[in-house]
Design a binder for this molecule. Structure first.
Ligand SMILES: [Zn+2]
Length: 145
């Protein structure tokens, strides 16, 4: 089971859906979230922060390290490790992926009754296009997708 949470950024104008793989970390481990509109409020520190297309995630690294150790994970709790391994990361490939996915399902839902094969094909096609767009835009999780 993975916990899901929606978190607003510092300025409150944007939000992101977060993934907590295996429920290992708590929402509190993410000290701050900055969107492209409020990223300049962050005092950049690469030891505790990760930047992704204008968004900045600021982690409680000592807290994360203690929780990882408690679970027997030896990896050093760096922002990159927490993000790339999904312990505290975007739900999906970018902050808005959850909403995009839900909107896509709503939009294509009428097709299910009409033509299931076409529905599945449209879903796959739209999703691949979305991933390609994220990849081109430089989103970190999309690079290996
Ligand atoms: Zn913001």
């Amino acid at each position: 089971m993975c916990r899901n949470e929606r978190r607003f950024c510092r300025c409150g104008r944007n939000s992101a859906f977060l993934l907590f793989r295996d429920n290992l970390l708590y929402p509190e481990i993410l000290l701050n979230l900055y969107c492209p509109l409020c990223q300049d409020r962050a005092l950049w520190d690469e030891a505790i922060m990760l930047r992704d297309c204008g968004w900045i995630l600021e982690y409680d690294i000592p807290g994360a390290q203690a929780l990882l150790r408690q679970q027997g994970l030896k990896g050093p709790a760096t922002p990159e490790f927490l993000f790339d391994e999904g312990y505290l990361s975007w739900q999906g490939l970018s902050p808005g992926d959850q909403e995009m996915n839900a909107a896509l399902h709503r939009r294509l839902a009428p097709l299910i009754e009409q033509d299931l094969a076409r529905y599945l094909e449209a879903m796959k096609g739209e999703w691949l296009r979305h991933v390609a767009e994220l990849k081109a835009a430089g989103w970190r999780k999309a690079q290996s997708a």
